[in-house]
Write a protein that binds this ligand. Sequence first.
Ligand code: ZN
Length: 288
Amino acid sequence: MKLVTYDGGQGPRLGLLSGDNVVDLADASNNALPSDMRSFLEMGEVGMEQARAIAATPGQGQPIAGVRVLAPISNPSKIVAIGLNYMDHCREQGIQPPKRPTTFTKFPSSIIGPGDEIRWNSELTEKVDWEVELAVVIGKEARNVSAANAFDVIAGYTICHDVSARDLQLEKGDQWIVGKSLDTFCPLGPVIVTKDEIADPHDLGLRCLVNGKAVQDSNTKELIFNIPYLIEYLTKGITLLPGDVITTGTPDGVGAFLKPPVFLNDGDEVTVEIDGIGAMTNLCVEEK
Ligand code: ZN
């Protein structure tokens, strides 16, 4: 299933894609299902089963083209981000792959949806960079989960654009959280694809395009620490909750390591896409 959060004029609603239509899951279930993604994910398999039953009936809903698609989840309890997790990204920096995952966070307040503007003030940063990433959405409370059982706690996958202010992140004292969590610096979407529809999350093509030109073009095969490893590593000491997002790192091709470096500018249009999930485009706006 492809799950979305959308606004058809009544505020944010939880929906299911059915062909070119979106089905309001609360309406279709007579409010047995909630109207927001996090509450839905908190229902676990019970909610998924009801959604699947609704998905089995075609010809429902309204055209997706007529609604505004929002970030699939806007209020996760946390976003855990993994840095330096692609072999090709280490090669482009001329560094050895790390021995354990590099972790940081992006605050939920930085989340925006497809079509929203990535905005920054030029007094704060002038080195805004792109990073396409496969994001895992948690579907079950998870603590001390072994790698062998990791897929049990996954609801599905989405795309995270880990927009990064490199000057804040790296040049002004290793301020990773500030550099990664500025408002609007976490485009998320366009859908959550449930895990049953992704045969192998470690074999997905992913790309980032700036003004239509591909700047990143890789495959999740390049991941150093795979998804089960990350879930085991994180849940040894951190409880993951339904709706939490783990964004798994970015491949090579980020602007900071190009020669000369290239950063995002006012008016640029950035698209991140992952095979089997979709594509999301955001416009960049630099405030002077
Ligand atoms: Zn990243």
